[in-house]
Design a binder for this molecule. Structure first.
Ligand SMILES: Nc1ncnc2c1ncn2[C@@H]1O[C@H](COP(=O)(O)OP(=O)(O)O)[C@@H](O)[C@H]1O
Ligand SMILES: [Mg+2]
Length: 336
């Protein structure tokens, strides 16, 4: 596990992202807020369509039409990302905050050698480097993600899935960002390769002294490698807290179902799904979005949206890293 020192690397507040489709707005991210501490690994887990990728893309300001960031604040050190100009944001990307996109292995340019793709990223941010300096950076970066320097001469189709994922990682960390977002970095890989790529990611994180947001749907993988975990459901963050505490005493009924879907906490297990259907984000249910599937729903769950509030304070009351928050009326009650 990595060690967070209590400094906040990234603070996200009330992030809302809607896709304006012909059928109406798809509320993909609805009021998401969390803190990412320096040096920590924060997981974001949730079933497909829960808004994980949209959240990641919004933090990078990479949402494209018909999507739009409707509200929110994203504070990264002295920068409020959502109020930067496009050019300022372009400079912050890669250098301050970087994304290893979902499916990065398929987004490499097929007709360009790996080395040239890495050089493109470096040159977009740093001018005046000589050919030799660039070559040296490429070799350094390839070594950093545990690839042979000869990989620079290869085309993407000559690489295995794990190697492509590493190239994606090299591009993302080329400018030594302090925040790395990895969106399903190993979902397409087999278990053995998955583990090696993860190990490399976390070694790179340590060397850069960066914080990581690990996005995924595999609760077992999360259990093994994050410090804190956020659980998303229907575009909302429904629970967040220290991983061990959250696995032992999940406070949201949805998290309880996710945790009980794990074969055992020690072993890996892919989330197999829970009864009921995912709500439409075009026409989300009123109240708590989980209430139609919730085995523990009470009066009021179908009418009032629960707020994400501290439920377990942790042993040191003022250390917010230890707090477990849940958005559930079972904890807060409903207004009469
Ligand atoms: N370009 C788009 N146009 C319309 N809806 C979109 C678009 N991209 C994503 N969505 C919708 O936003 C929701 C969240 O998607 P996404 O963030 O990709 O979820 P996840 O990564 O958790 O699987 C889904 O309902 C998805 O259909
Ligand atoms: Mg996704």
């Amino acid at each position: 596990m990595s060690h967070a020192d209590g400094r906040i690397a990234l603070r996200v507040e009330d992030l809302r992202v809607h896709f304006h489709t012909e059928r109406g707005p798809v509320r993909a991210v609805e009021g998401v807020g969390f803190e990412l501490y320096a040096g920590e690994r924060l997981g974001l887990v949730g079933e497909s369509g829960s808004g994980k990728t949209t959240t990641a893309m919004a933090l990078m300001r990479l949402i494209r039409t018909p999507g739009r960031i409707e509200s929110g604040r994203v504070q990264l050190g002295d920068l409020e990302l959502l109020s930067l100009s496009d050019e300022q944001m372009r400079q912050a990307r890669f250098a301050r905050i970087s994304l290893i996109p979902q499916g990065v292995m398929n987004s490499l340019n097929p007709v360009m050698r790996v080395g040239a793709q890495i050089i493109d990223t470096i040159q977009a941010h740093q001018e005046g480097l000589t050919r030799e300096q660039l070559q040296e950076r490429v070799h350094e970066l390839l070594g950093f993600v545990e690839l042979d320097p000869s990989t620079a001469q290869m085309y993407p189709h000559e690489l295995s899935g794990g190697m492509k994922q590493r190239v994606g990682m090299a591009i993302s960390v080329a400018l030594r960002p302090q925040v790395i977002i990895a969106d399903e970095p190993t979902s397409a890989l087999d278990v053995v390769v998955q583990k090696r790529v993860m190990d490399t990611l976390f070694r790179v994180q340590k060397d850069l002294d960066a914080a990581v947001i690990l996005v995924g749907h595999d609760m077992g993988l999360m259990a093994q490698c994050v410090d804190r975990l956020g659980v998303m459901y229907a575009g909302r963050l429904v629970e967040i807290g220290p991983i061990q505490q959250l696995l032992e005493e999940p406070q949201h009924p949805y998290t309880r179902l996710l945790v009980s879907s794990l074969p055992s906490l020690e072993r890996k297990g892919v989330f197999r799904g829970i009864p009921g259907i995912t709500p439409s984000l075009l026409d989300p249910p009123p109240g708590c979005p989980f209430h139609p599937r919730c085995p523990e729903a009470i009066d009021g769950c179908s009418t009032q949206v629960p707020e994400l509030l501290t439920v377990v304070a942790g042993s040191e009351k003022d250390d917010t890293r230890l707090q477990q928050l849940a958005a559930c009326h079972l904890h807060t009650g409903v207004d009469a």
